[in-house]
Design a protein around this ligand. Structure first.
Ligand code: GLV
Length: 317
């Protein structure tokens, strides 16, 4: 029986499935393993079922025992893993695409709604019973008729576009390549990021994190947005320069932000705290029972496919 280290606690049904299939090292207390502890626990293991909270950088990967042949990441994103370093050591890296598209797009829409319609301030007022209806109380930005700029029109971007279209938003996007008409569904393609930014009343960051996208939304990029734009990020914190975004909120260049992800999670840059217009969630993108179950099942299937065939369709390196 192959031996697997599972770095984070999973839902019960997924852990039961793992126990049936593998000699499995579970993390029942859901401790956040240090890199040293992860290396130590992986001794004798054939594979690791990792999570986005595990920093599997080059140094850590180079210290993994030779027995480890696969890192099955429990996420669609794999920015937490140095995939090149893994490849050099002949370690396959896999991810969990498709199964989390719907749940993540729902949160992408919640960010847009929450930021545009001043949900943080509204919740605060309602909970404190200190609000008073008036014609101009918490006036926000209406989505109907607003231009939504989607950066990264992959599965999640397309699903956000579909929902936003039904809310009456006009969809623009920038992507490495233009989509076919049936996927585009009338969305307007921009071949550069700058062009997309200049028409984005609301920006939705949906692209993968990679070396090329670190701080892509920086001071220069933010300046290209229309004044009073709304910036939302459902992808990865690394893509946005928080200092630049907070400065833009300070200057009212940016009206509001909606973030499900940010740099240094779980520690939020304190600059956001002074802005009531910041609608911020704790990385909830895939957090539904259906989706987390499906993600873990896929991460397990990826292990099985790899051990059975030596390859895996969800291999990313
Ligand atoms: C969630 O953020 C994921 O990448 O799966």
């Amino acid at each position: 029986m192959k031996k697997i280290l599972v770095t984070r606690k999973l839902l019960r049904s997924n852990e039961d499935k793992l126990k049936d299939l593998y000699d499995v090292g579970l993390n029942l207390n859901d401790e956040l393993y240090s890199q040293d502890k992860l290396i130590e626990l992986s001794h004798g293991c054939d594979g690791i079922l990792s999570a986005l909270t595990d920093k599997l950088d080059k140094e850590t990967i180079n210290k993994l025992p030779d027995s480890v042949k696969i890192l099955s990441n429990f996420a669609v994103g794999f920015g937490n893993i140095d995939v090149e370093a893994a490849k050099k050591r002949d370690i396959v890296v896999t991810n969990t695409p498709e199964v989390l598209t719907d749940a993540t797009a729902e949160i992408g829409i919640l960010l847009i709604l929450g930021a545009c319609r001043r949900a943080s301030e509204g919740i605060e007022g309602a909970r404190a019973s200190n609000w008073k209806w008036s014609a101009d109380y918490l006036i926000g930005k209406q989505l109907t008729g607003a231009r939504l700029g989607i950066l990264g029109m992959g599965r999640i971007g397309q699903k956000i576009a579909n929902i936003a279209r039904s809310l009456g938003m006009i969809i623009h996007y920038h992507n490495r390549s233009k989509l076919s008409d049936d996927k585009e569904k009338g969305a307007i393609y921009h071949d550069t990021l700058d062009k997309l930014l200049s028409v984005s009343d609301v920006l939705s960051v949906c692209c993968p994190a990679s070396k090329e996208t670190v701080n892509l939304i920086n001071k220069d990029a933010i300046e290209k947005l229309p004044k009073g734009a709304v910036v939302t990020n459902v992808a990865r914190g690394d893509i946005v320069d928080d200092e630049a975004l907070i400065d833009a909120l300070d200057r009212r260049k940016v009206y509001a932000v909606g973030l499900d992800v940010y740099k240094g999670e779980p520690n939020l840059n304190p600059g956001y705290m002074k802005h009531k217009s910041a609608f911020i969630l704790p990385h909830l993108g895939s957090a539904t029972k259906e989706t987390r179950t499906a993600m873990a099942n896929l991460a397990i299937d990826n292990l099985t496919e790899f051990f059975d065939t030596g390859d895996c369709k969800n291999k990313v390196n």
